[in-house]
Design a protein around this ligand. Sequence first.
Ligand code: CA2
Length: 147
Amino acid sequence: MTSLLILNGPNLNLLGTREPEIYGAVTLEEIEATCVAYGETKSVSITFLQSNHEGVLVDNIHAATGTHAGIILNAGAFTHTSIALHDAIVGTQIPTIELHLSNIHKREEFRHHSYIARAAVGVICGFGAAGYNLAINAMVGHLESNN
Ligand code: CA2
């Protein structure tokens, strides 16, 4: 069965506790359950992880080689700072979709630039928690059209 890694970066463990006007009221655990259930309908298995540490995210991208066919990455604030995450995606060559809950282009200037986008197959942002299922669907379509 095709396996996808959904990787979440810093502070996303706080979802559902604060700033619901930006990020929604759903918790990361609820998003994970929705992704796993949606993955079943698409015959893909989902591994869902969150870390507040850049190096742990890099390690998980490396470890995905040979295990996961695609990565969906909400790198949180590291999106706007991390050349290391860019290099990990390029280095492993695993198709990666950049994902954000909020529309980063509608927000502060410092969120408009992404180091991830250059290395990504595509970017989904602004659809809240629904973006996770959109990204799963997009990745399944991408992998099918490239196999
Ligand atoms: O919109 C997204 O998904 C972001 O990746 C979320 C990051 C932000 O730095 C990016 O620019 C866009 C921040 C996640 C913080 O999540 C919180 C959730 C609840 C309370 C506080 C923070």
